[in-house]
Design a binder for this molecule. Structure first.
Ligand code: HEC
Ligand code: HEC
Ligand code: HEC
Ligand code: HEC
Ligand code: HEC
Length: 370
């Protein structure tokens, strides 16, 4: 099964976001040192960059402050910290919210002039206003000045937000560091090469070029269907037991799978089947990063991990390029087990909103054992 299927079983109960305008009077939650000008809304850019705007509009960057999972988590964090969370959470989820009310918006990224990964809370230097920067050369615009910047084709631009250590010093997520250690980094393949591919579309309505960089962050089918594979390498019968070796491999992700926030899992599932294809037994293995609170208890929401994660208990995720043998055993009565099947899928069950589950199947395998 290679198709991407997402089950959004039901929309979440309404969550009231504490985003009163007064909260944002101070722009002290920006991840950046700001040097000039004011941020503009994406709606301004939309006038001329319609294709890119439409592409971005439904992305998790555009929704990073308004999606129900974040809103619920943020609301809890906000209450728990007496408002402190707004500084902490919004610097990545909505760096310009004070001025634009938006999530990770156009004018934030395109105003970045300098990136200093050692500068923890102020990784980016931004100069919003008259000059817009990107990887294009010789761009001419009636609305703003343009400037080429090599940073736009570099993973460094993503690292400022896709690497996070919380206030207890726990590395909640670090996609950037995982990538740095991967074979892709050595080959010079940046985040953008997989997540912002060139696609048909105008860079600008008038005077633009005919291909643009994908801003949708869509789970790219071509990219992901065989990103992770499960293959049955060996089956062995011994008396009343059937042993099955499944090889799970992270082939195409430029970082661990799963990456990012720890509430995501990769599930390897093996099943024994009878002659009619009915499942006799199911066994599972889960790969994840498990973070606990100060009391050693598992934390059940992403927002809580950002805030209260105190220790990494376990991290058995698949590293980029890694192949791992997972051993399963099944009971068998004489010849009842006719075949075994194995699948691997990505599972995200955000606990704050129990109705929503996202499941993405990767490729699997089935073999006869009779
Ligand atoms: C009145 C039209 C107009 C508006 C409004 C506008 N742009 Fe542009 N922009 C253009 C055109 C035309 C180009 C050139 C495209 C090309 O050369 O392919 C361009 C180029 C760019 C580039 C490439 C710069 C480079 O040198 O690499 C960026 C980045 C950019 N715009 C961002 C923005 C952002 C962000 C906004 C909103 C805050 C915005 N633009 C608003 C017309 C506009
Ligand atoms: C200003 C901070 C910021 C920057 C810079 C940034 N991101 Fe993000 N990104 C986020 C946030 C916050 C989310 C999560 C939004 C949510 O789910 O609420 C996100 C989500 C994503 C996702 C979707 C994850 C998923 O679960 O499907 C991808 C892919 C992604 N970013 C890639 C990139 C890449 C590639 C770059 C660099 C070109 C980049 N990001 C730069 C903050 C940022
Ligand atoms: C060689 C290709 C490749 C590179 C390079 C790469 N990724 Fe990915 N990334 C993937 C694949 C494949 C997936 C899994 C399928 C999907 O979710 O689209 C993924 C998933 C993600 C997700 C979603 C995680 C989730 O569990 O939902 C984020 C966030 C992300 N990548 C960020 C980054 C960042 C940041 C970089 C650079 C530091 C990067 N990626 C580099 C291929 C790549
Ligand atoms: C997370 C940061 C980020 C956000 C948010 C973002 N961009 Fe970009 N944008 C990039 C990167 C990175 C590139 C260049 C990719 C490359 O060269 O590999 C780019 C390229 C561009 C270009 C040059 C043409 C092209 O496709 O290469 C334009 C114009 C542009 N973006 C406009 C916009 C507009 C308009 C929005 C909002 C609707 C937006 N961007 C939101 C990071 C971002
Ligand atoms: C250093 C940047 C950073 C900070 C600080 C940060 N986040 Fe995030 N957050 C991200 C990124 C990037 C993602 C999504 C991509 C991923 O999985 O890596 C994300 C994802 C999430 C998600 C999952 C959303 C979804 O759509 O699945 C929740 C919930 C969340 N963050 C809540 C919070 C809360 C609450 C805070 C403050 C207590 C916070 N975050 C602070 C960068 C950050």
């Amino acid at each position: 099964m290679n198709a991407v299927t997402m089950f959004f079983r039901a929309t979440a109960a309404a969550a009231v976001l504490i985003l009163a305008a007064a909260d944002f009077a101070r722009a002290d939650h920006s991840p950046a040192t700001q040097t000039e000008g004011q941020f503009e809304s994406a709606l301004v850019c939309k006038e001329c960059h319609e294709d890119i705007y439409r592409n971005w509009r439904n992305s998790l960057h555009a929704l990073s402050v308004s999606n129900p999972i974040f809103k619920t988590a943020y609301q809890r964090a906000y209450t728990e910290t007496g408002g402190e969370a707004k500084k902490y959470c919004l610097r990545c989820h909505a760096p310009t919210v004070a001025l634009t009310g938006e999530g990770v918006t156009c004018d934030f990224c395109h105003a970045v002039t300098k990136i200093d990964l050692a500068a923890k809370d102020h990784v980016f230097t931004v100069a919003p206003g008259k000059v817009k920067r990107s990887g294009l050369k010789n761009a001419v615009s009636p609305h703003h000045e343009t400037r080429y910047s090599a940073d736009f084709a570099s993973s460094k631009l993503c690292a400022g937000c896709h690497a996070f250590v919380n206030r207890h010093g726990v590395q909640v997520g670090n996609t950037f560091a995982e990538w740095q250690k991967s074979p892709f980094a050595r080959e010079g393949r940046q985040c953008q090469s997989c997540h912002m591919a060139e696609v048909p579309g105008k860079t600008a309505n008038e005077g633009g070029r005919d291909t643009m960089h994908d801003h949708s962050l869509a789970h790219n089918l071509a990219l992901m269907s065989d990103a992770v594979t499960a293959q049955i390498k060996k089956t062995a019968k011994s008396g009343k037991i059937m042993g099955v070796d499944v090889e799970v491999a992270n082939i195409k992700a430029g970082h661990a799978i799963p990456t990012g926030t720890p509430r995501r899992k990769l599930v390897v599932e093996a099943r024994s089947l009878d002659a009619h294809g009915n499942v006799i037994e199911t066994k599972k293995a889960e790969y994840r990063k498990l973070i606990v609170n100060a009391e050693g208890e598992e934390i059940s929401s992403d927002g809580d991990v950002f805030l209260n994660g105190a220790r990494i208990m376990q991290d058995n995720r698949l590293a980029p390029g890694e192949r791992r043998i997972e051993k399963f055993t099944f009971a068998r009565r004489l010849d009842d087990v006719v075949s075994v099947a194995a699948d691997v899928y990505f599972l995200y069950e955000p606990e704050v909103i129990q109705q929503i589950e996202m499941r993405i199947p990767f490729s699997g395998a089935q073999v006869n054992v009779r």
